[in-house]
Design a protein around this ligand. Structure first.
Ligand code: WT7
Length: 635
């Protein structure tokens, strides 16, 4: 029996039992058989959740790009590694073979080195979904530099915060990006961010939209001539198993974004293993994940997981609605996609459009469909199943997080019977637990609680960059000896898990993880605003949308409310990005607070969701009179 590729339910249970009884030998066997190592590990696992400290494959030496590229060359050199589908359907797709990828990553790595980047340096990548994005990620990994990709929809302020937090020396960007019918001035955003980033020495700029941009002399250089002149051979830097591979920022419920740090060997083994199983990947499949590489989904399941398996992975530059709402299905037909992985919010948006967009396309190449990022509702699940999968493709509802590095709970297609809205069963090696509010584990089935994981898995983030205490406080302090996910979940009568949503102040909007605190901070910086509170409320397409309660300073009282709303949203777009804009803004005389001054979001959430018949316990409120007023004026 090969543990690496599970093919039926009985096998899943066997593998799962084995993985839990003896996790070390389980992961060791997979690491041994499926990867190339420059030196073998001395110890498979060392962990202590109280510190917390987690080490996998300690003592091993490797380079992840050797595993993702070099080792495929003799058997798959001419196979397409990255299939780039441009924003404009009239522009040709690009097939980048493993041989070409090897050359381009090596050239890029040599350019980074020639510009002073060394092992351990941080490089911030602010690029659109063009091949240079994947190539630069791999080029950093090639030389042991730590990449930190910032999603190219974030604002200059958000970009600057991340650059400064990880103390990056270099930023990689492009002259601009295409997004549907629009172009975006990425370089302008970088220029604005860098006013506040004294540590950045170099900016390398890829050409995409041929716009006329400002190049700061001594700091900015075009990538193209540098790449052309660079050698296409670059010896991989030999890394330790626990050397950092990348930092990726995610929102927290309070404070600044958390730079989740992932390391090399465990991340590689886990993403490769889960990619193979969750998508039942076979040689010659054409796999497409519609995420952006700026999110963890793109890191693990566009770049590293697929390439570690020698797969063909599609990178799509555009949006689902351009030139029309049939674009996804046109691409599936054109490239004969076999596995398609997207977010529920995209499915809900496309399900609202004319069915002809889907039914006019030949989607018979599809074998497996996936979703990620937020709970999928029953209606969207059925639409996906009926019209995209034509009832022949299992849907894998994959639950995981930036912090987990890879998928933790998901069906295994053709093995695990699926159930709409259920992420179903844990991956091998994953030991979920549901906890009650007193910190005790809830055993048995048909129960719900807070979702924790009791044992480490290879791709768990090792720390928050520069703030290990915050890592400990956020994830390892709520429950003894367990990783706390921040999600609620229920376990049904057969042991399937359904994720019910966040139990903290993180709100998932269109699959994007948004913390309330940074948005409130952005609003409060508006000169007319005294205070604000943000909550989520159900939205047809986005899953959740944002509802803001804003109290004004006296000086703001006579201002036109609609103008204020526009200004507040502009402020949010400037500080964070357009994804964090509010759908509704209600001006209120005050916010409901406890005697200790904490805003009672529970009440505000109910009002925003129009569930005001039972507001729960309001006896601890300092100012109960504002609640009625807020209800009367609710939008
Ligand atoms: C949060 C993590 C994992 C990559 C994308 C998001 C929610 C994620 C599911 C799912 C229900 C889900 C959780 C989680 N989430 N996948 N299949 N069903 N909820 O990564 O930005 O770190 O967000 O997304 O609430 O905690 P992220």
């Amino acid at each position: 029996m090969s543990n690496y590729h599970i093919k039926h339910l009985e096998e899943y249970f066997q593998v799962y039992r084995k993985s839990v009884r003896n996790p070390e030998s389980f992961w060791e066997e997979i690491a041994e058989e499926h990867f190339v190592w420059r030196k073998r590990w001395d110890k498979v696992l060392d962990w202590d959740f109280t510190k917390p400290e987690i080490k996998w494959f300690e003592g091993a030496k490797l380079n992840i790009t050797e595993n993702c590229i070099d080792r495929h060359l003799h058997i798959r050199g001419d196979k397409t590694a990255i299939l780039f589908e441009p924003n404009d359907p009239n522009e040709n797709a690009q097939h980048i073979t493993y041989n070409q990828l090897h050359a381009r990553v090596s050239q890029f790595a040599n350019v980074l080195k020639s510009k002073g980047i060394q092992k351990g340096d941080r490089v911030v990548i602010y690029l659109p979904m063009i091949p240079e994005l994947a190539i630069s990620v791999l080029a950093c990994a090639r030389i042991g530099a730590i990449h930190s990709v910032v999603f190219a929809g974030f604002s200059a302020t958000a970009l600057a915060t991340r650059i400064n937090d990880c103390e990056a020396k270099m930023v990689l960007t492009s002259d601009g990006s295409y997004r549907g019918s629009k172009t975006i001035d990425l370089k302008g955003i970088v220029d604005e961010a860098l006013i506040n980033c004294p540590g950045v020495e170099k900016v390398l700029v890829a050409k995409r939209i041929n716009s006329d941009i400002h190049m700061e002399s001594g700091r900015d250089e075009w990538l193209m001539p540098l790449l052309d002149d660079a050698s296409d051979e670059c010896e991989p830097e030999i890394m330790d198993a626990e050397d950092p591979l990348f930092i990726l920022y995610t929102s927290g419920s309070t404070g600044k974004p958390k730079g989740m740090m992932h390391t090399t060997a465990g991340y590689m083994v886990y993403t490769a293993f889960t990619f193979k199983n969750v998508f039942q990947y076979r040689e010659n499949d054409v796999y497409w994940c519609t995420a952006d590489i700026g999110w963890i989904t793109g890191h693990s399941y566009i770049v590293y997981g697929p390439l570690a398996n020698g797969a063909t992975t599609v990178m799509f530059e555009g949006v689902p609605s351009y030139p029309d709402f049939g674009r996804f299905w046109e691409i599936v037909e054109k490239h004969k996609i076999t596995q398609f992985y997207t977010a529920p919010t995209a499915i809900r948006a496309l399900a609202k459009e004319n069915l002809d967009f889907v039914s006019n396309r030949n989607l018979s190449s599809l074998k497996v469909l996936g979703t990620v990022g937020e709970p999928i509702n029953e209606e969207a699940w059925h639409w996906y199943n009926d019209h995209v999968g034509e009832k022949k493709c299992p849907i894998v509802d994959t639950w995981w997080q930036t912090e987990t590095g890879g998928i933790l709970i998901s069906p295994i297609p053709f093995s695990t019977p699926t159930k709409p809205t259920y992420a179903t069963l844990p991956m091998p090696g994953i030991q979920p637990a549901l906890m009650d509010e007193n910190g005790n584990e809830i055993f048995g089935n048909q129960v719900d609680g807070r979702l924790c994981i009791k044992f480490p898995w290879p791709s768990i983030a090792r720390t928050i960059w520069g703030n290990h205490q915050r890592y400990k406080d956020t994830y390892f302090s709520a429950y003894e000896n367990s990783y706390f996910t921040g999600d609620g979940a229920l376990r049904d009568e057969v042991g399937y898990y359904r994720i019910t949503g966040r139990v903290d102040d993180v709100i998932i909007v269109s699959g994007h993880n948004l913390g309330t605190a940074p948005i409130e901070d952005a609003i409060n910086e508006h000169p007319a605003v005294a205070e604000s509170a943000i909550v989520g409320f159900p939205h047809d397409i986005k899953g959740n949308a944002l509802y803001g309660y804003v109290t004004l300073k006296e000086t703001g009282e006579n201002r036109d409310r609609d103008n204020l709303r526009k200004e507040i949203n502009q402020q949010i777009a400037d500080k964070i990005g357009p994804i964090a804009k509010l759908d509704k803004i209600q001006f209120t005389v005050g916010l409901p607070k406890t005697r200790s001054g904490k805003i009672m979001r529970r009440i505000l959430r109910k009002i925003a969701s129009k569930e005001t018949s039972n507001l729960g316990d309001t006896s601890t409120l300092l100012n109960p009179e504002v609640v009625q007023k807020i209800m009367d004026e609710a939008l």
